[in-house]
Design a protein around this ligand. Structure first.
Ligand code: NAD
Length: 439
């Protein structure tokens, strides 16, 4: 164990579990705390309750060292930590665009009255600008002297969570004192020493650094998807358009792949919460373009359903449709706001028998979409299908053999919702290949 602050991580979901494991990997003495007893029991026994490549191995390794423990006890968390990372969820409020901060406040309710010595409470959850200032006020009133707040937004990507945590492309420290900055620098010392840039700022800028990044990425995806709409009207090919744009290093090729658009537990809800907060701040006009970004994104799902309908002759009644992919993106089992499942459910409502297969997200999909059909492999899902929809870009699907899949379907028709398959290969195998934004 390295000498240094003792760390707690409050909320051990995708972000918190990864953060706790990585902090232990850096050598710190870490306690992960969550109110979900089943989740804590799994983590404590070495099982990661979600899909994240490499995390099960790193969890097991660090449990073995004795540096990493899990608890449901606020008392234990409060007593342990010199630095408390807050990693609870900030979903949309039911039926609203604004963020639901009740979990963040619940952590403060649980933690602050139990603190008995100076420590740093560090927010990592994505929150609307102004939240940290309000929480700092709460800490000043409810916690003992010497307890301080910092905001350290997290930029990790599911599927690359360990890499992004241990070698982030930047660290953002929202602080109100030099002491808080020094504490954060001591926690992240190995990462900073390895070259990660640190940008130090106030609370509001740190909060904005996260939501602005997500708004930009969503805008970039919707930009190329808007171009895909234009391509569809002109006979142009959005994949070649995107390639041509990508060589311009002012633009770059990342997040410039046209397709079914974005989903997940972050981009859509963060963008909507950002708009809601801008409205409260009286600057809603500044972000009105994000409404269009959201609308373009949702139109891709509608376009996918229309294209599928066209291929089955206009009506889904009596048709069998295979859906490849349920997670919102590959290398994840996260199905929050998943475009794939949204499309699958819509097509089923319109009369098709839908069979879904995903390499990792089957349990989550079955829980939230119990009426869809599920099969244990792509070949099983495609058996007898009149149409195959490729909706999440798993490597397993990119590498599918068109001949093998063709031998089980009833009709060789595929829509590539991710522009990830090779049209020539599929057409050569006798498939009708269609994609978004391409002839
Ligand atoms: N998932 C990502 O890729 C990612 C990336 C960057 C930022 N974020 C942000 O991180 C935050 C967490 O996201 P997530 O995806 O890990 O969510 P999640 O739903 O997977 O995890 C949240 C966890 O918090 C726990 N929790 C709720 N109330 C609690 C309480 N009072 N005390 C302790 N634990 C409590 C829940 O049981 C759950 O395990 C969000 O603000 C999100 O926007 C997520």
């Amino acid at each position: 164990m390295i000498p240094g602050p003792r760390i707690t991580v409050l909320g051990t979901g995708y972000l918190g579990a990864t953060h706790a494991v990585c902090m232990a990997e850096l050598g710190f003495d870490v306690v992960g705390m969550d109110v979900d007893e089943a989740k804590i029991a799994k983590l404590a026994s070495g099982e990661v309750p979600f899909f994240e490549p490499g995390l099960p191995e790193l969890l097991a390794k660090n449990l073995d060292t004795g540096r990493l423990r899990f608890t449901t006890s606020y008392d234990e968390a409060a007593a342990h930590g010199d630095v408390h990372f807050v990693c609870v969820g900030t979903p949309s409020k039911p039926g609203e665009m604004a963020a639901d901060l009740s979990y963040v406040d619940a952590v403060m309710d649980g933690l602050l009255p139990r603190l008995s010595r100076p420590c740093l409470v560090v927010g990592k959850s994505t929150v609307p600008a102004g939240t940290a200032a309000r929480l700092a006020e709460r800490i000043a009133q409810e916690a003992p002297a010497g307890v301080e707040l910092a905001w350290n937004p997290e930029f990790l990507r599911e599927g690359f969570a360990i890499e992004d945590t241990l070698t982030p492309d930047r660290l953002v420290f929202g602080v109100a004192s030099a002491e808080a900055e020094a504490t954060l620098r001591s926690v992240y010392a190995p990462i900073i020493d390895a070259g990660a840039p640190v940008v130090v700022m106030g609370f509001a800028t740190a909060e904005l650094a996260k939501v602005a990044a997500n708004a930009f990425l969503a805008t970039k995806i919707s930009f190329i998807n808007a171009m895909a709409e234009v391509c569809e009207a002109t006979g142009a090919d959005v994949t070649l358009l995107s390639k041509a744009l990508s060589y311009d290093d002012r633009i770059g090729g990342r997040f410039l792949n046209a397709g079914l658009g974005f989903g997940g537990g972050c981009l859509p809800k963060d963008m909507r919460a950002f708009m809601a907060r801008a409205g409260e701040l009286g600057v809603d006009q500044a972000l009105s373009f994000l409404r269009e970004v959201d609308a373009i994104n949702l139109r891709r799902r509608a376009r996918m359903v229309d294209l599928a309908a066209e291929l089955v002759g206009g009506s889904f009644g009596g048709m069998r449709v295979a859906v490849l992919g349920a997670a919102f993106k590959p290398d994840s089992d996260d199905i929050r706001d998943s475009p794939a499942l949204d499309v699958a459910a819509t097509i089923q409502r319109r009369g098709a028998a839908v069979c879904v297969y995903d390499p990792a997200a089957m349990d989550n999909a079955k829980r939230d979409y119990p009426t869809l059909g599920y099969r244990d492999s792509a070949l099983e899902a495609a058996k007898g299908a009149d149409l195959v929809l490729h909706l999440t870009e798993w490597a397993e699907f990119r590498e599918m053999d068109p001949e093998a899949l063709g031998s089980v379907v009833s009709s060789r028709q595929i829509v590539d919702g991710r522009n990830a398959l090779d049209p020539e290969l599929w057409r050569a195998a006798g498939w009708v290949y269609r994609a978004l934004g391409r002839p």
